[in-house]
Design a protein around this ligand. Structure first.
Ligand SMILES: NC(=O)C1=CN([C@@H]2O[C@H](COP(=O)(O)OP(=O)(O)OC[C@H]3O[C@@H](n4cnc5c(N)ncnc54)[C@H](OP(=O)(O)O)[C@@H]3O)[C@@H](O)[C@H]2O)C=CC1
Ligand SMILES: CCCCC/C=C\CC(=O)/C=C/C=C/C=C/[C@@H](O)CCCC(=O)O
Length: 309
């Protein structure tokens, strides 16, 4: 009998998440039926990554590594239908945890958001916020590969130094600049063609006023608003949208599930060639899932935040 540990949400968040909102449970798992397999988490994120320890399903061999959306759990039984094997050409030398980050869902978000929503073109200027995080750090590097000028903002001087190291043309600490408006116009006096928005709220309002005519805004996330108890109010953006004829489009990465393999292969190739660099913020221990989660929301992570079980 395998006993799984699972983090459950005891109470819906009221404002910023608290340790007391989570509960660690033990769950006895039943024996496998034909067609099922038993998975053991190796790295976890919001999208857990697991190794198969027992299988009664001919498609999945014991020892194989898969990505699945199974919650914060050490073990899980699956019929295999919703699991993704790692690409078969995954190099032995590459950390498998990247399947949760640069060569996984966050990397795909950057890839499809830039290509399909921003429709970036060589010579354009791309702005990205939360730029030193899992999605943002890939956005900036893909935009450089695509021949763009890239401006990134992040919440510490160490993160800004990292952005410059991985090739961002301009980067600044949005928490310490005197004026966000001035910092954005100094970084690109002619404005921005593409804005990949991970943050929303006031940052987005200031940035949207600095878009060039016909600019495109990919609304990927709004992390500045996720923990608000009271919804934020304006300023309102209709005037710059009309006068500059902007396009603003929200998206969820799963829209391109049918092109997942294309995206993963492109990202894998760039990582192997050293054209896309990665950093992971690894927290040790399943017991520390809530700590890692809250730390990520507070900006303690550089690159993708993962938990090693
Ligand atoms: N649409 C989609 O399909 C998807 C959307 N997303 C979204 O993309 C965004 C980035 O996700 P991900 O890369 O996983 O996370 P990150 O690795 O970027 O971690 C989150 C970062 O957000 C920044 N942040 C937190 N609060 C604020 C704030 N108030 N203002 C500005 N920045 C803040 C912090 O960096 P800093 O130190 O710079 O403040 C923190 O490190 C999120 O909004 C997420 O919801 C992610 C995946 C798919
Ligand atoms: C408090 C409200 C929060 C709203 C956030 C809404 C959107 C932003 C966001 O973060 C969206 C993420 C979507 C992720 C989707 C993932 C799966 O489709 C795939 C996961 C497994 C994988 O393929 O690796």
């Amino acid at each position: 009998m395998v006993v799984a540990k699972a983090w459950i949400l005891k109470k819906h968040f009221d404002g910023f998440p608290k340790t007391s909102d989570f509960d660690l449970k033990k769950i006895e798992l039943p024996d496998l039926k034909d067609g099922e397999l038993l998975l053991e988490s190796v790295f976890l994120s919001v999208d857990p990554y697991m190794r198969i320890v027992e299988s009664k399903n001919p498609t999945f061999a014991v020892g194989a590594f898969v990505v699945g959306n199974k919650g914060w759990r050490t073990h899980f039984i699956s019929d295999g239908k919703d699991l993704q094997l790692l690409p078969s050409n995954w190099p032995e030398s590459l950390p498998k945890s990247l399947a949760l980050g640069t060569v996984g869902m966050p990397g795909l978000t950057a890839y499809f958001g830039l290509l399909e929503v921003c429709k970036m073109k060589p010579g354009e200027t791309v702005l990205v916020n939360a730029a030193a995080g899992a999605v943002g750090s890939v956005v900036g590097q893909l935009a450089k590969i695509g021949g763009c000028k890239v401006v990134g903002c992040a919440g510490s001087d160490d993160k800004v130094a990292y952005l410059k190291k991985i090739g961002f043309d301009e980067a600044f600490n949005y928490k310490t600049v005197k004026s966000l408006d001035e910092a954005l116009s100094k970084a690109s006096p002619d404005g921005y063609d593409c804005f990949f928005d991970n943050v929303g709220g006031e940052f987005a309002c200031v940035a949207i006023n600095q878009m060039k005519k016909y600019g495109r805004i990919a609304v990927c996330g709004a992390i500045s608003q996720y923990n608000d108890s009271v919804p934020q109010k304006g300023p309102y953006l209709q005037l710059p949208m009309i006068l500059k004829e902007l396009q603003m489009e929200g998206f969820i990465v799963s829209r391109w599930n049918h092109r997942r393999e294309e995206g993963l292969q492109a990202l894998l190739k760039w990582v192997v060639e050293g054209k896309v660099k990665y950093h992971e913020q690894v927290t040790e221990g399943f017991e520390n899932m809530p700590v890692a989660f809250m730390g990520m929301l507070k900006g303690e992570n550089l690159g993708k935040a993962v938990v090693k079980v």
